[in-house]
Ligand binder design. Structure first.
Ligand SMILES: Cc1ncc(COP(=O)(O)O)c(C=O)c1O
Length: 359
């Protein structure tokens, strides 16, 4: 039997054709961000209905640049510990101080009540993560911000998720997406920052310069460099694949939701991600009593599973005396099971039966 993968990008001949065409064109990348990169930004902006979009070469780069806009050096930044480590690295790259807080036990998104307890005079920024695609309560979190406290949403899991009837990416000042191959919208590598702040035009220019080594004021062959920048621009091959994926995202996310609905009804796990049509279900998590045995048994039966995530505050780089009881408990029990658009009906049925047998 073929192994059922935990993640599997859904591609067909359309992505293949576009990728080959791009390779044959010889135009593979441009720091100036023209060509298909620009087209992808335009189409993604329309998809999420945001004011502006700047693409980059990873979700990590998107978070890095967004944090670079928030003047966090020596200041505290509040984030959940239950996330991929890039959420915290973005703070460290910019000289900020990560302050980890606990999550809501139902959604596993950052708990606004816990944020309140950790806000201090040194707080400069909050980074909620839309965990697994489940929208964090941005409205409550926005109420905690002020002219001194900015919000960067980590929407790496939330391409196509919605909050209050609008797509994630259209609410906050800075919203960061990842298009890593495992994500709902897959590219070889890619990311994007959606900008909705009042000064979005200026910020867009600033980000475009920062993603290409600080280059600005380009006129013909002449240009200036007036700030430090990075080599973070998206390449044409990623954009080409992303453009096709964007045409299919609604259908792919609907498939994820239909699988989530079946899992919600049929999985016996004591605790699992809630079902809601506003979640894009990048991940489907359940809690099990003995994760080691559960994962081993499922692998023996040909089903890949994952652990998302080991909490960041338990990594040696970030180790602190902070206690996060819910995060620490969940982190021992959480397992992610396959929920990608390539799953067949019989595979979904098999996953349900096998998970129920060993959970
Ligand atoms: C929550 C979260 N934030 C950020 C990232 C970083 O994205 P990328 O891998 O595209 O750099 C990821 C990727 O796995 C993620 O899951």
């Amino acid at each position: 039997m073929k192994k059922i993968k935990l993640f599997d990008p859904a591609i067909d001949e359309r992505e293949v054709k576009k990728a080959v065409k791009t390779l044959m064109s010889g135009f593979w990348a441009s720091g100036a961000g023209g060509g298909q990169v620009q087209e992808f930004e335009k189409n993604f902006k329309k998809f999420i209905n945001s004011k502006s979009c700047v693409s980059v070469n990873s979700g990590t780069a998107a978070l890095h640049l967004a944090a670079a806009l928030c003047d966090i050096k020596g200041k505290e930044v509040i984030l959940p510990s239950l996330s991929f480590v890039s959420t915290a690295h973005a703070i460290m790259y910019n000289g900020g101080i990560p302050v980890f807080v606990d999550v809501n036990p139902h959604t596993l998104c950052i708990d606004p009540e816990e944020i309140k307890k950790k806000i201090s005079k040194k707080t400069r920024c909050i980074i909620p993560v839309h965990f697994g695609g489940m929208p964090a309560d941005i409205k409550k979190i926005q109420k905690l911000s002020n002219s001194n406290i900015m919000i960067i949403e980590d929407a790496a899991h939330a391409c196509g998720s919605e909050f209050n009837g609008k797509k994630i990416g259209s609410h906050g000042d800075f919203v960061c997406f990842s298009f890593h191959p495992v994500k709902n919208l897959a590219m070889p590598t890619g990311g994007l920052i959606s900008i909705n702040s009042h000064n979005y035009k200026k910020i867009t220019e600033d980000l475009k310069s920062k993603r290409w080594c600080g280059i600005s004021n380009r006129k013909y062959a002449d240009y200036d460099v007036d700030k430090i920048g990075w080599n973070f621009y998206m390449n044409e091959l990623s954009a080409a694949i992303g453009l096709v994926q964007l045409q299919k995202i609604k259908k792919m996310n609907n498939k994820r939701k239909s699988i989530a609905k079946i899992y919600d009804k049929e999985l016996n796990a004591s605790k699992k991600i809630p079902f809601t049509s506003t979640c894009a279900y990048h991940l489907y998590w359940i809690c099990v009593r003995d994760r080691k045995i559960f994962r081993k048994k499922l692998l023996e039966k040909g089903i890949e599973t994952g652990t998302h995530y080991k909490p960041i505050h338990q990594m040696s780089l970030y180790k602190k005396s902070v206690k996060l009881p819910l995060t620490e408990k969940i982190a021992k029990e959480i397992v992610t099971i396959p929920i990608h658009p390539n799953l067949t009906e019989s595979q979904i049925d098999y996953i349900v039966k096998t998970a129920n047998r060993f959970s």
